[in-house]
Design a protein around this ligand. Sequence first.
Ligand code: FES
Length: 98
Amino acid sequence: MKHFLYWRDRKIAFVPGEMLAYTLFRECRGGAGFGKSLGGQTQGLFCGIGACQGCLVTLEGRGSVESCLTPARDGMRVQPIQELTDGPSTTESCNDDS
Ligand code: FES
């Protein structure tokens, strides 16, 4: 059975037991990152241990979370953090359809 969550409304698969950051890293192929921070820095997987805040994303129902410490779950809806306050992103992030 495959497992899926939603990144920017796009359905993506994850491996049960993995942290959300690794799902997004694989989906983004390590390239464009997870969007931009409110300060304009590229978000992505950096330390992997909850120390740098570089992997913050917005999780529906919870607000900003460290994706490296958040287990991927079926049906969760995730978006870059800048979209929480600014609406759809105008900056580069993976799976950017614009
Ligand atoms: S990658 Fe550093 S806090 Fe998640």
